[in-house]
Design a protein. Structure first.
Length: 284
């Protein structure tokens, strides 16, 4: 089934849902998914709608123009239109840790996601053997304080050359620059090794161990210029006890990180994450 997916938000007012669903029905479309939410504090309406394009009367390349003219201007709607027939192109950034990378590549190989992975970028050579195993080109950009800006310019050129739609930081241990974030707004997904904002820093599991916590967590979020403070897409926790060692916490944390990151990537690919200000609306 070839479908169109509409993600939108606008000031809440009467008649929005009726008008938008009528737009689909009068043009012979069949709605197969509709979810909506109203933020009563901000008075903002959010919606995700998907419809079958088999008999839809408006050509693909005209749908956005029609919707913008007829409804977006009328209601002050901000929207994005996607088509299920298009496979998003995802770049993976990784450093030395393999658990998230293996999980992503295994899911991709198994056909779980409608996505293509043209390349993997790293600041270390360690994960090249993994990329070879999955037959994905591996590009090495060693980063130092002196060459950081030059290397990122080269990375951006490579991403543009391959038509990359979004980036996944699979435990990439470098801070992404403001320029890259501006080029990929709400399109860079990171995994944080903690249940934000607790125990941030370089040794979160050691800090959690010393504090005697009973849960540890992981958080996946869109990257913004404020470090580890972007809109959260997915979070989860796992229970621990006094019997767990630091090594136990690290192993449990790694399992959690790859699951949480993969859930977030899936939501992004399926167009079920809508970022607004510094939050996300996640459609089920």
């Amino acid at each position: 089934m070839n479908t169109a997916i509409l993600l939108l938000h606008c000031p809440d007012r009467a008649g929005i849902v009726t008008d938008i669903t009528n737009f689909i029905s009068i043009n012979s479309g069949n709605i197969i998914y509709l979810d909506q939410h109203v933020d009563h504090v901000e008075n903002i309406f959010f919606m995700r709608m998907e419809w079958d394009l088999e008999r839809f009367l408006i050509p693909y390349d005209k749908i956005e123009e029609y919707f913008n003219t007829l409804y977006a201007k009328k209601y002050g709607i901000s929207f994005r239109l996607y088509f299920s027939g298009y496979r998003p192109r995802m770049a993976i950034f990784v450093s030395k840790m393999s658990h998230c990378l293996y999980d992503i590549l295994a899911r991709h190989t198994a056909g779980e996601w409608n996505v293509s992975i043209p390349l993997i970028i790293s600041n270390h050579p360690d994960m090249e053997v993994v990329a070879r195993r999955f037959d994905i080109p591996y590009h090495l950009f060693p980063v130092t304080r002196e060459n950081r800006a030059e290397q990122e310019r080269a990375e951006l050129e490579l991403l543009e050359e391959h038509g990359i739609d979004f980036i996944v930081l699979a435990r990439y241990m470098q801070i992404v620059s403001a320029d890259m974030i501006r080029r990929y707004p709400n399109r860079i997904i990171n995994i944080h090794h903690s249940f934000l904002p607790a125990f941030a820093g370089a040794r979160p599991y050691h800090a959690a161990f010393e504090r005697g916590v009973k849960i540890i967590g992981a958080t996946s979020h869109y990257v913004t210029e404020e470090l580890d403070a972007g809109p959260i897409i997915e979070q989860d926790i796992v229970r621990v006890t006094h019997k767990d060692t630091v090594r136990d916490l690290i192993n449990k944390g790694k399992d959690l990180e790859k699951i949480v990151l993969s859930r977030a990537v899936r939501k992004h690919i399926e167009r079920k994450a809508l970022a607004y200000k510094n939050k996300t609306v996640i459609f089920e």
